[in-house]
Design a binder for this molecule. Structure first.
Ligand code: NAD
Ligand code: UDP
Length: 338
């Protein structure tokens, strides 16, 4: 009996694999390493004393999937694999629809053939699009996405709803993450963006260790508390725990259900800078630039549904997110290449 984790060598996937192994689950990872290093799984093994079976393969490769399902008694699939850079998705829409949408279809077909019916999908707050009022609630209509990345997540959610309706054996949960940040408290695992980080916290951390000169704050004229963008940041280990709670809940539901994984609290870019400075003792140089195309002013989660139905809520606040980010960055200035 094992859980297949696609994209399990990546940022959120590797932290979830760690949490699953710590709970005593058998884990199989499938990852093509397009945005990850196998070193993350070595660190998982170092921390847990346990090893996940690893297949360096692609979710679009049905033969590879058949081999994985044939060689292990998979009972459920947690599906992280996909491309995630919003800006890049505008430049390369076909790659994003290929990986994120077509890849998920190949995976679902392989699951159906193998008789595996429990599925957790990495969705995103981006599916609420640009017209939803905050805080975002799961009952709101989704769509109005502003990038091929966001649209790919929206499309997969539509597919999953139809698929679950057509085949009542399937239990499917889409977890809509808000802004995952932070690292494992050991400092051995964390986020390892290749090249210039797109996301706020990895960028701040690289400024702190002197790899980047200063942070560009995208927009100082939003209708928010201090004019900068507001998001709901959530510790990656809380995200990982959310998957364990969803796994347990899958057994009790039939069909499709979506849950927000967020804290319910919004912080501005400048509040994030201040919190990081407090945790690290390092001053972060920044300049305010024009808004970044496609960014929304402010959004955060209504976190009640996951609390009530999954029995899950965040355990780690902003200070822990910052402490762990700084610890990881200092110990691994070149990420997993250190
Ligand atoms: P990540 O890039 O670190 O992890 C994704 C993993 O999938 C990588 O290890 C990559 O090598 C692998 N992969 C990509 N395409 C693949 C394919 N075709 N076959 C096999 N493996 C493939 O990203 P992450 O931050 O860990 O995100 C995990 C999931 O969560 C993604 O689906 C992402 O869209 C979603 N998500 C992430 C965030 C975020 O801010 N990090 C927010 C919302 C949703
Ligand atoms: N942001 C910023 N500078 C950066 C990266 C991000 O000011 O170098 C801002 C961005 O405009 C947004 C917030 O930080 O208001 C979070 O951005 P991120 O890219 O981390 O997440 P997302 O846009 O996906 O919510």
């Amino acid at each position: 009996m094992a859980i297949l984790v696609t994209g399990g060598a990546g940022y959120i996937g590797s932290h979830t694999v760690l949490a699953l192994l710590e709970r005593g689950e058998d884990v199989v990872v499938l990852d093509n390493l397009v945005n990850a290093s196998e070193e993350s799984l070595h660190r998982v093994a170092q921390l847990t004393g346990k090893t996940a079976a690893f297949y360096p393969g692609d979710i679009r490769d049905s033969e590879c999937l058949a081999r994985v399902f044939g060689e292990h008694q998979i009972t459920s699939v947690i599906h992280f694999a996909g491309l995630k850079a919003v800006g890049e998705s505008v430049q390369k829409p076909l790659e994003y629809y290929q990986n994120n949408v077509a890849g998920t279809l190949v995976l679902l077909e392989a699951m159906r053939q193998a008789g595996v019916h429990q599925f957790i999908f990495s969705s995103s707050a981006t599916v609420y699009g640009e017209h939803s009022p905050v805080p975002y609630q799961e009952s709101m209509p989704i769509g109005g996405t502003t990038s091929p990345y966001g649209t790919s997540k929206w499309m997969v959610e539509q597919v999953l709803q139809d698929f679950a309706k057509a085949d009542p054996l399937f239990s499917i949960i889409a977890l809509r993450y808000f802004n995952p940040v932070g690292a494992h408290e050991s400092g051995l695992m964390g986020e390892d963006p290749g090249g210039v980080p797109n996301n706020l916290l990895p960028y701040i951390a690289q400024v702190a260790i002197g790899q980047r000169e200063q942070l560009s704050v995208f927009g100082g004229d939003y209708p928010t508390k201090d004019g900068t963008g507001v998001r709901d940041y959530i510790h990656v280990m809380d995200v990982a725990q959310g998957h364990l709670a969803a796994m347990d809940h899958l057994k009790q539901i039939a069909g499709f259900k979506a849950y927000n994984l967020g804290s319910g609290i919004g912080y501005s870019v400048l509040e994030m800078v201040q919190a990081f400075e407090k945790a690290s003792g390092v001053t972060i140089a920044y300049q305010i630039l024009p808004r970044r195309a496609g960014d929304l002013p402010a959004f955060w989660a209504d976190a009640e549904l996951a609390k009530q139905e999954l029995g899950w809520q965040v355990q780690r606040g902003l200070d822990v997110m910052m402490r762990d980010t700084w610890n990881w960055q200092r110990k691994n200035p070149r990420g997993y290449r250190s």
